[in-house]
Each structure stands twice: as C-alpha cells, then as structure tokens.
Design a protein around this ligand. Sequence first.
Ligand code: ADP
Length: 802
Amino acid sequence: MSIRFLCRVPMKEREMKKTSRWIRILFAATLLAGLASYVFLQHTLADERGVFNYFCEPFTGPWERVMPDGSRIPVEIPGSTEAEPGDDVMIETVIPPELAEYGTLCIRGARQDIRASIDGEEIYYFTTKDTRLLGTSSAALYLMIPIPADAVGKTLTVEYFSNSAYTGHFRSMFYGSQAGILIHVLFRLHGLEIVSGILLMIFSIIILIISTTLRIALKRLPPIFYLALCMFSGSLWILSNSPLQQIVMPNISATADLAFFALMCIAVPLMLYFDELQSGRYHLYYTIYNAISITEIWVTSLLYLFGLAEYTRTYAIMFLTLAIGILLILITIIRDKLKGFSREYAFLAIGYLGLSLCGIYEMTSYIRRDEFFNGAAMGVGFLFLLVMATGQTIRDAIQVEHDRTKARQANKMKAEFLANMSHEIRTPMNAILGINSIILRDTKEPETRENAENIESAGKSLLALVNDILDFSKIESGKITLLPVEYETASLVRDCRNLVSGRAESKGLALEFIVDDSLPVTLKGDVDRVRQIVTNLLTNAVKYTNEGSVTVRFVSDRDDAGDFRLNVSVKDTGIGIKPEDIEKIFGSFQRVDQSRNRSIEGTGLGLSIVHHLTRIMGGDIRVESVPEEGSTFFLSLPQEVVDPTPLRDRKSADTGVKKSVPEESFYAPKASLLVVDDVEMNLKVVTGLLRRSSIRVDTAASGQDCLDMICKEHYDIILLDHMMPEMDGVETFERMKTLPGNLNPDVPVIMLTANALAGSRERYLMAGFTDYLAKPFRYESLVKMLEQYLPPELIEQKPAEE
Ligand code: ADP
C-alpha cells in the first residue's frame, strides 16, 4: 500500500538524483569493503586443501628406448625418436618412489595404441581397434596408468604402436593423484580451449536460433547466420579435439573423426558471410572456392570411409584449402580497403584479421606436432571475431539511428518546403486567376476573352498539379486527416457534374449521370475528399476517351454489417488499360502505356491519391477494362446516413447541371466587408470580383491596420489572410478577441489561406475562425461563402440592368 502511495507522488527530479547518488556511493563502498576483506582473509588464513590430493607434476624419466636388437638409446619426454609408421616403439624407466607413492602415471597417446608393463607383466593396454568403425589408428587420449605402491625400483615398459604420422612422437607424461591429473589437464592445459569452445558453441547456437526465427518472421536470412554456422563448426572442432570429449562422448574414435570433419566445414559459411558483407562483389571467387571446398569434404570423407586414406593423411590438403580461403578473404578485404568499401565492415575486417592470424598459428603448430597444439588460439580468434561482429552490429545500429534522424529531419524540411511552396505558388495564382476572371467578366472583345480563357484553363491545370503534389506529400507523411461533415447527396452529384461537363462537352463526349433515387438525401462524410475522388475518376475518363461516352452511376448499397455505402461507377468508351497494367495504375508516378498516352498530360499521381484516400476512408476501388473498348472504375465508400429520406421523395433534389451561384445575381448593397491581406494584388482581386455586387469592400494591408479599422467601423464579414509579415492572421484574430473598443466582436471571420497542407483546415476551425477559403479562390466560392455567413436580410435581388 505504502509503495503504491510513494509511486503515485512524483518526487522532484533534483531530490531523486540526490538520493540515488547516495545509494550508489553506499553500495560501491559496501562491495569494495566486502571484496577487500575476502582478499585479506585468503592471504592470512591457513591452507585447508590438505584434505584433498590435487598433486600433479610432469614425469620426464629418465627414459630409454629399447631397440629391436636390444640396444638402448636415451629419449626425451616430451620429444621424439626416429621411427617409420608401423614401427613399434618401446621405452623403459625404473619406477621412482614418488611415482609409486601417487599411484598414477598419465600418458597422452597421439593416435597410438599403448601397452604398459611392470617387469614384463602387462598392467595396462589401450586400443580402439575393436570399438572404432573407421580408420587404422586410435584417437589421441590422456591415459591413466595405475602404478602399484610396491613397484618402486621395478622396470616400467611403455610400448607405442601406430601406423600413423605420429609414430615416434612422445607427448608429456604426468604423475600424481587422478583428481590432480584431471584438474591439470582440463583446467591448466586445456582450460582456455574448453571455455572458448563452450562459449562459442553457446553463442553460435543462440545466433542460429535468432536468425532462423528472423528468417521465418521477416522472410530474410540475416548474414550473421553464416558467421554463426562458421563459429559452430569451429566450436565443434575445438571441443571434439579437447580432452572434454573423452569425458563426455561415449565413442571417442567417432568424435575424433568429427574434429576433422568440423575443421573442413569452417570455411564455406565464412565465405558466404563475407560474400553478403561485400554485397556480392567477389561472388564468383567465393562460389568457386566453396565448390572446391565442398568437393574436398566429400572426397576426403569418402577416402576415409573406404579405408583408402585416413583424415590424418589428407590433412595437408585440408590445410592448403583453408590457407587459400584465408588468403582469398584477405585479398578481398585489401581490395575493398583500396576502393573504400571496407569502411562498411571495418570492425569485421579487423576481427577477421585476428582470426586468420590465430588460424595460421594453429596450422603451423599442428604441422610442427607442437606439444601445445590444442585449438585454444582458434577459440580466442573466433571469440575476437565475435566481439568485433558485435561491435559492428552496434556501430551499424547507431548508424541506422543516425540515418533515421537525418531522414526525419529531411522529411520535416520537405514538408516545410512544400508548405512554403504551396503558399508561394498559390498566392500569385490567386492574383492571376482572380484578375483574369475580372477580365473575363468585363471584356467585350472576343480575342481578349479567348486569351483570358486560355489563361484560366492553364492556371487551373497548374493549380490541380500543385494540389496533387501537396496531397501526395500529405499521404506520404501520413498526415492526411478526414473532416466528416453533413452534406446533400444531390449537391455532391451536381458538383461532380459541373466540374467535368465543360471538358466532356468540348471533346464531344456524351456525359450521362444515372442517380439511384433511393439514395438518402443527406449523408455524412468528408465530402471534399469524396468529390475529389469522383472528379479524379471522371477527369481521367474524359481524358482517356476520344469518342463515345462517359457514364457515371451513383448507387446506394449496404455492406455485410448493414452499414451504408455510396457506390459510384465511372464507365468510359476510351482507350482502355492493358491487363498487365491494371495492377500498376494505382501506384505512385505510374503512367502506363506511355507510347499511346504521351500526348495526354498527367503525372501518374491522380489514381495513387484516389487509392490512398479511398483506403483511408475504409472504402475500396477496382477497375475493369478492355483495351480499345473502355474502362469502368468501381468505387465503394462507407458514409453515414443523416437523413434516410430517398432522393425521389425530395422534389427539390436537383442533380442537373446548374451553377451553384448564378454569376451575376449576388447583390448586397447594404453589406460591408473588410479584407485583410499584405499583397495588394489580392486586395484588388477581392474588390474587383465583388464590384458588381455593390457590397462595400474596405481593405487593410496588415494585421495592425485591421485592428485599427475594426475599432472604427462595423463590418458584416471579415476576410483575413493567414501569412502576413509582423502579425499573421492567427495572431491578428487572437488580438481581435480581446481588443478593447472592437466594434466587431461577433462578426464572422473567414481565414484566407494559401496553406493547403495537412491539418491546416482543422487548425483554423479549432482556432475559432468561422470558416476558411483556400487561395486561389474562384468567384463562385467567394460568393458562396458570403451567402452562407452574411445576415440573409442583407442579400437582395439584383435589379435588372439596363
Ligand atoms: P495521370 O496523371 O497519368 O492521368 P493517374 O494516376 O490518374 O495519372 O492514372 C494513371 C494511369 O492510368 C494513366 O497514366 C493512364 O495510363 C491510366 N488510366 C487512368 N484512367 C484511365 C482511363 N479511364 N482509361 C484508360 N487509362 C486510364
């Protein structure tokens, strides 16, 4: 209870740091005091080990070799004497008192059978002749020969029989208690080898399991799998060569054979590993080497299996192959170093250098029949490589994190750049299209009208392109948000139709809209996005159809859960899409069949945006198409039903072509409007567009001007630009709310914005703006906004012009 209570009360950060610092100091002092007293006691108290006998010392003789003719020559142990494979080598010594006292003589055979006798009476015989499956010599073992206590002064004879390259070689001998000899052999002589072998085996198995799991989960095998396989073979070699095998494994002969086999299996996975690290730059050489290496494993093993050549006789080939392998990787690393590629795996290159030095040392010590050839160097070499591989992994992880941060920053900069670009392009576009529409309205000259119409069409194309790029960047950064609103189904249909009817007409295409009259009157969804999707499909249908018709159907549908879906199909009689291209068209920047479409303008972004938007809305889209006959796009979007009354029951439901606002009918002579924008051209556009409506338009060139003016005049509506120097639109709006003497506290304020980037509209509405108007706006949308927010009594019927 009290702990919970403590957890719930957050301590001040400084206090926490202070207390945990004291705890750390206290604990470190306790630990040091404990260790120091332990070291002190070990040095001052008496040795209690007397109860155990761990005695073990080397036994060097003197030994004499008894030659077949009875002559004797002194021999050194460890050491060697001249003998041919197959010779029996007999040595003798007189048993000294210390040997009899401790009772055990330990001899290490080197692929030799060994017989020991005291005064001619056999006391020990070792051979694997009857228990091994393959080969003609016994495995190398530490043999414990019992020496009776009463044998002092008697002659001890040891005979070595072997038909291997080891004939005439004597390894070290020890005497002492059995426990003492065991500890000496396992810990002092072979400790490093056994520990490194076990560690390697554990690590390699862990890495093998993890990388196999990753292979299953991610369908990709990480390269470290090969390194683990190489280390596993290495550990198998080290352990099956070590004295541990004679304690753990039941059949020592088979384990001794395994050592040779494992040795040959080290190289191939190492090559595969480096091949991956070096991105296949030396793939051909590695492949040739691996083919040779695998052939060698088979040939030497089969020769051994059929009794034609023992592994001990083919080791020269094994070593040669290994040496070539070591050299091959070294050469590739040097080449990579010269070309600057080795930076990618610098740690591993160093690790490999360490391993190959250990490998060369190991090989030479084997060839020299070195007493201390025991695999320890190889074990250390592998562990070094493992440490370096871990270092490499950590470095790579840091690099990945670094790259990710950089990419995030770059993405942020890209988003900011797009926001700026959007503003920069839309602001002059607003002026161009606005002034152009004033010319269009005022001019009586046919040539000027035609030019202005061309400007309008090119301007609109440019704007559509900018919008597509912005939408695409929003989708890319996952910043697209939906803003569901209630909307009239009929006006959605009407808007879609208005947006393409002109284009279809100019191409001479029949445009047919078939609307299911059971559709609900009012729906809820992100109508702007629905309109964007449908018009995109419609624009494409018109764009890719040269003759015939475009048919659009709006149908009501229910999904499995009974929820409403708005189904729209767009059918054209155009050029169609080849079956192999159908999958591609929804991808980004994908324009298919370029040979036929070259003359048709497009970026390949439209359908990608449509596809993403549809998915975000939880809908789906598919296409059926026959080349040269036409295409049909099927769209299905879940929408909420607000008013289920079917369209047929609403007389007013008009889905025909109609301008939403008759161009010249807006008339509000008693209304007043304030427009605030730092760009003078934009002020002129608003003033010009509204001239015939007789509405009084006042202009302000900055946020401060606006604040001054609203204290002097009352307005019925205020249009406020967002991006302005010094005080921007949002700040101006915030100040307006608390401004003393403001004569317009409850007047609708519409944000004018060129910032069409992600989340902007939500931000404006949340900031308290009545609505927003995206630049460049058209006359229709401006008037629609005024009609919506001006007090209705101020909007009048326009008197007929003379
Ligand atoms: P674009 O800007 O090129 O029109 P979209 O993403 O809208 O890009 O379309 C991708 C491609 O799909 C187009 O380049 C065109 O080849 C093909 N396509 C789209 N709609 C149609 C259609 N109605 N008829 C034939 N081909 C079409």
